[in-house]
Design a protein. Structure first.
Length: 274
């Protein structure tokens, strides 16, 4: 049990009062190094050098093995926490968001390395992005970000529905004005017009598709102006929720400090009287 306790303190961030353990720093370093190697592996000039290809292959094998061992150890020590004790507790642990991300960070590549199957490893590089979530558990800002999104979930869904409705209405208008009215192939159907609608509402457009009629340009101008409000609205909602979450956490920390100070002050007279 002593080894399990040590592993728990090294691997589980919540087990430490402050700071990050040496083991977790190594994991963070490997994640960052894997992203660096992911970028380097896309450089043809490096891939043409056999020595570099060997470095990439050995590094990827080593990272996959380390992350696989780490995952097994995390599952093994999860039972030290009451909510993950027993079979059902372990099942609850492995189905957590972070646990699934840990699994996807190495399992697809490990399977191909072991059994092959004709699937090129290059096709599995996208799964390495899940390794970024491994870092998220050590950064409090990600926790605040998730809490803020939950807080503003209803409002964000409302603004998303408004945006989707505006995208569809804009596509329909330009379909009838430019597609039906002028026979333009770019606006020949509503699905085709949706691309222009999304590009116009979220940016200033890409210039590949644009209206040519006066009525079409007037409609596009109104839609573009409306798009500014649609894009700005969720940003304001999320900023407000993020600010509220930070303020509440700061107030909670202050309250905890006050309670701790009061507890110490209450214990001091008892010790002096004794």
């Amino acid at each position: 049990m002593g080894l399990y306790r040590w592993l728990h303190n090294e691997l589980v961030p919540e087990a430490r009062k402050s700071g990050i353990s040496v083991t977790n720093w190594i994991i963070i370093s490997l994640v960052l190094a894997s992203f660096l190697f992911l970028a380097l592996e896309t450089e043809p000039t490096l891939l043409a050098i056999p020595e570099w290809r060997m470095v990439f292959d050995w590094f990827n094998v080593g990272v996959v093995i380390v992350f696989a061992v780490e995952y097994v150890l995390r599952v093994a020590i999860a039972g030290l926490r009451p909510e993950y004790a027993g079979f059902t507790g372990r099942l609850r642990y492995v189905t957590r968001f972070y646990s699934i991300a840990d699994l996807l960070a190495f399992l697809p590549e490990l399977i191909v390395m072991v059994v092959g199957g004709g699937i090129p490893l290059i096709a599995l590089r996208v799964f390495r992005l899940f390794r970024l979530i491994k870092i998220a558990r050590f950064v409090p800002a990600f926790d605040v970000l998730g809490a803020a999104m939950k807080r503003a979930g209803t409002q964000l869904l409302t603004t998303l529905a408004m945006a989707l409705a505006l995208v569809y209405v804009a596509a329909v208008l330009l379909y009838f004005i430019e597609g039906v009215g002028q026979g333009r192939e770019e606006f020949g159907s509503i699905p085709r017009a949706i691309w222009w609608s999304i590009a116009t509402l979220t940016t200033v457009g890409y210039g590949d598709i644009y209206p040519v009629t006066v009525l079409g340009r007037i409609a596009a101008s109104v839609i573009a102006i409306a798009g500014i409000g649609v894009v700005a609205l969720p940003a304001g909602v999320f900023a407000s929720a993020f600010s509220d979450e930070l303020r509440e956490r700061q107030l909670q920390k202050l309250q905890d400090r006050v309670e701790a100070a009061e507890a110490q002050a209450g214990a001091a007279p008892e010790e002096s009287s004794a």
